[in-house]
Design a protein. Structure first.
Length: 294
């Protein structure tokens, strides 16, 4: 027996509880969902699964609602990811300064991350209400000319209104990632760039952005995956409405599984979502995995 064998056994001993928990809560349910995607499950869980091949996949490809929720999810991704990447980067540059009380600003920007999504959704739902704070301010400002805005009842405004909650919750989290990258950049690089005439925002274009490329990719992919899997904000604020304007893929999975009781079809939709998230993860490893950020 080699000298490393006891250490290997000890390591596996520490890993075993976590691996068991992951297997029971993630791997086994995922395998069961994959099997159910190609089967037909009845309402009676004691009944055996009936293999139907690609019937659920063909139904998915012909489902107009799946096409609609896919477009909605894509719009959510496009509407959230660029602002959250640029906003988090701007905040990180702003707080990456040696100023009195800067730690308080960092804490203030990070505070929304600590707020429960349930609390945040309820608070924003109250703010968005026709008799809520935002409409109250606008009414006080505009007077009799103002009519209440239905932020969550208008098909045009509901999705951007929900996006704002995701932005508010995520900016501080991604700011910390960028801040870690900024603090790893040597100040001497900026001093050398200043000698060449690169100052102000120009130094960030010449120095900061190239060196933060792995972090930009990481934040972009992570935020894209989170936007693709958005559920809590939609469930708590709009229930997919109005007129299905905020129904995303994950909410569609929930609706098919627990409202329509189409468990097998919900697993098929979930499989399509898994493939999309897997593709985004592969993009992350392809563009940033070999540049020192893992």
């Amino acid at each position: 027996m080699s000298a490393s064998s006891p250490r290997t056994a000890t390591a596996w001993g520490f890993l075993a509880p976590a691996l068991l928990l992951i297997g029971l809560s993630v791997l086994i349910p995922a395998a069961m969902a994959l099997v159910m995607s190609f089967s037909q499950a009845g309402l009676d869980v004691s009944e055996p699964l009936r293999f139907v091949g690609l019937a659920n996949v063909r139904r998915l490809l012909a489902d107009p609602m799946f096409a609609r929720v896919s477009v909605t999810t894509f719009l959510y991704l496009v509407g959230v990811v660029p602002p959250i990447v640029l906003g988090a980067l701007a905040l990180a540059v702003l707080v990456n300064r040696s100023l009195p009380g800067i730690h308080w600003f960092r804490g203030a920007f990070y505070t929304p991350v600590l707020v429960s999504i349930v609390v945040a959704a309820i608070a924003f739902r109250w703010l968005y209400a026709e008799n809520g704070l935002i409409n109250g301010w606008l009414a006080a400002l505009l007077g009799d000319r103002f009519s209440p805005i239905g932020f969550l009842t208008s098909p045009l405004l509901a999705l951007p209104s929900v996006m704002l909650v995701t932005l508010w919750k995520g900016l501080g989290y991604y700011m910390v990632i960028f801040l870690a990258g900024l603090q790893g950049i040597s100040p001497e690089l900026y001093e050398a760039a200043a000698l060449d005439g690169s100052e102000g925002w120009r130094k960030h274009l010449d120095i900061t952005l190239p060196l933060l490329r792995p972090y930009l990719t990481l934040v972009g992919v992570i935020s894209a995956i989170a936007a693709t899997k958005v559920f809590e904000e939609v469930f708590l604020m709009t229930q997919g409405g109005p007129a299905d304007a905020t129904r995303t893929i994950v909410y569609y999975v929930y609706d098919q599984a627990f409202t329509e009781l189409e468990i097998s079809y919900a697993c098929t939709v979930g499989l399509a979502l898994f493939m999309a998230v897997l593709l985004l993860s592969l993009v992350r490893y392809a563009f940033a995995g070999d540049r020192g950020l893992t």
